[in-house]
Design a binder for this molecule. Sequence first.
Ligand code: FMN
Length: 456
Amino acid sequence: MTDPKRQMILATFIHNSGAHPGGWRWPGGPAVDQHDFAHYAHLARTAERGKMHCYFSGDSVGFPSISGKEAFAATDYAGKLEPTTLLAALAMVTQHIGLVATASTTYNEPYNIARRYASLDHLTKGRAGWNVVTSASDGEARNFGRDMNLDHALRYERAEEFVDVVRGLWDSWEDGAILRDRAAARYFDPEMVHELGHEGKHFKVAGPLNVARPPQGHPIIVQAGGSGAGRALAARTADLIFTAARSLEVAQEFYADMKARAAAFGRNPDHIKVIPSVQFMVRSSEEEARRAEAELLDLVPEALALRTLSLQLGVDLSHLSPEDRLPDLPETNGGKWVQESIVRMAREEDLPIGVLARRVVVSRASFSYSGTPEQVADLCETWFREGGADGFSLSPNYQPGALEDFVDQVIPILQKRGLFRTEYEGATLRENLGLARPENAFVANPALGREPRMWA
Ligand SMILES: Cc1cc2nc3c(=O)[nH]c(=O)nc-3n(C[C@H](O)[C@H](O)[C@H](O)COP(=O)(O)O)c2cc1C
């Protein structure tokens, strides 16, 4: 039986001027300067006014694709601020909302990431989260000494070990290790600081970290893998799971699978929260909402839609015409789940490439819907009650208008129905998600704690 007091988790994405590639051209809003802090500060404060759980900045470590430069010049995907830097600044203008950013396990070292997110967690007093990605594109690989990305299976194998090392480093200082005892000349207690001494297939990391244990113990771990390997990583390590589901049925399959996988790892399924990303166009009538959706799509040049489809599928389709059907595709080394979802949509509805591209360019493989505030709230309620979601991550299609519409028109309905909170209950993101602070592995298992050689 479902808990009658269970409430939704709501996050919002930052996508420059919007998740929709036409968003930056939307005539009803400003021409956003996405390198301007004031823009993001307004969005974060708006989301916080709506009592949303977290504000999420996705990221990749590369330009979308240099071969499609001409087409990509029509959107603002390419230029953006580095997310952890941005979130550190946002920490100073917000008080409650969680601040989550993507960082790659393929193009970083665990020590750097442990340190960066521990610092962010201290700066935010426990509001930081890390979206763990393995990075899907060769364009990113080329910025890090490689011609091609690592093989998908190897990327996830490295990611599994990477997350363990980061968590170990976060535990290397016990809570309370910092004494600041001036009389005794004891800044910290050396018995409470541990070397990690990790030696694995991919990493050799001594530790300890040079940052004290984060306020949340571990910053929140977010994951969005959809393949078998991605789901396994998420089920074992993540607190919060992003996903793309273009229908309730797809969301239900993913939700049930993730909860079952978490249980198989010995975790309480309620302790991993699954939040599909959704894109809404909210207007006072359904007809108006549909019209606005069509107007927004008209702002996207066909060449950009076709390029985006190629990029999402990980296959160059430029030799085909928009009237052609999708051919059989080679398996991608990029995002497998995204490729599968798009191919399934094309086959099920027998879509020509041009039509498919216009769908994919809007929301990739996620759900997009246009309607009145009541209809949007109904839809969220149905997905939430019928085993499709623990909440949602809103992908506003243009900024700041679509976020403001959701906060001002949809959230009050969800609150009135008792489906969403009216105040932040906790001080940290972890508390606001209803998740326990993890026990320190060195405390739980003293055998792990070696003599701290470094300090001897
Ligand atoms: C909602 C959502 C947000 C994502 N954000 C990012 C991101 O910021 N950076 C990134 O490189 N990949 C991102 N991804 C891609 C996933 O990390 C993953 O590569 C993709 O879902 C394919 O799954 P697979 O790697 O298991 O094949 C996102 C995916 C989803 C569904």
